[in-house]
Design a binder for this molecule. Structure first.
Ligand SMILES: Nc1ncnc2c1ncn2[C@@H]1O[C@H](COP(=O)(O)OP(=O)(O)O)[C@@H](O)[C@H]1O
Ligand SMILES: [Mg+2]
Length: 231
């Protein structure tokens, strides 16, 4: 199925090297793989193996030191920073372990934030916010503030915020890392449902249990990415 689906992201021998005093850290080495539309991918690996580095590159939050990244077949390096920011805002949704919600804003206002990225919100803003909140089953908490919610509810709001621009791809870096097992399972079910609805999903986890629920696994070890088979 995935072989025929259009390509969303492709990495071609991508490396990321960080300077560390008078030495360097090769956080990612020679990573080559393709993500197709509709895929659900789990990224596995121990702490410090390069998972977040990889996610930042996939979401254009950082640039590679070597190799090439293509988004929808176009090399990311040759498009302007402004276009990159636009693709990031409109086509890529990012979910973090720490939720990163603004505590003074209501749930609704937090979810609305990405809509105003280019100045004024779109005409269908209300409908988009309502759809995103309904998808994560948080409509009934729209006027609450993050401090009044459980960890699982906060993460659902963060997922709604990542979805409000109806991105092509959803990237989640250890989204269940701060949640208890039961809540983590519920968030995982939500990702599976979003994938079933057609969203391309990449989730970082160090739980083989969670990764086992995804059709494809990528293992990261010492900066090297290998195709999975964890099941
Ligand atoms: N900004 C940075 N500067 C220097 N080294 C970094 C930076 N970010 C990550 N690293 C190093 O790169 C390696 C991979 O880190 P990271 O991608 O965060 O791993 P993971 O998410 O799998 O825990 C680690 O050795 C880490 O210390
Ligand atoms: Mg990490």
């Amino acid at each position: 199925m995935t072989a025929a689906a259009p390509e969303v992201l492709r990495l071609d021998r991508v490396g990321k090297r960080y300077p560390m005093g008078d030495t360097v850290v090769d956080a990612l080495v020679d990573a080559s793989f393709t993500l197709h539309e509709g895929e659900a991918v789990a990224i596995l690996g121990p702490s410090g193996s390069g998972k977040s580095t990889l996610m930042h590159l996939l979401g254009f939050l950082d640039s590679p030191s070597s190799g090439e990244i293509l988004f929808e077949g176009r090399p990311v390096a040759v498009i302007t920073e402004r276009q990159r920011a636009q693709i990031r805002a409109e086509k890529i949704g990012f979910v973090f372990q720490a939720f990163n919600l603004l505590p003074r804003l209501t749930v609704r206002a937090n979810v609305a934030l990405p809509l105003s990225y280019h100045g004024s919100p779109p005409a269908d803003a209300d409908a988009r916010i309502a759809r995103a909140l309904a998808l994560v089953d948080m409509t009934h908490r729209a006027h609450h503030r993050p401090g009044e919610l459980s960890g699982g509810q906060r993460q659902r709001v963060a997922i709604a915020r990542a979805l409000v621009n109806e991105p092509r791809i959803l990237l989640a870096d250890e989204p269940t890392g701060n949640l208890d097992t039961k809540t983590a399972a519920a968030i995982l079910d939500l990702f599976k449902e979003l994938n079933r609805l057609g969203r391309t999903i990449v989730v970082v986890t160090h739980s083989p249990e969670i990764a086992g629920h995804f059709r494809r696994q990528l293992h990261v070890l010492d900066g090297r990415v290998k195709e999975g088979g964890a099941r």
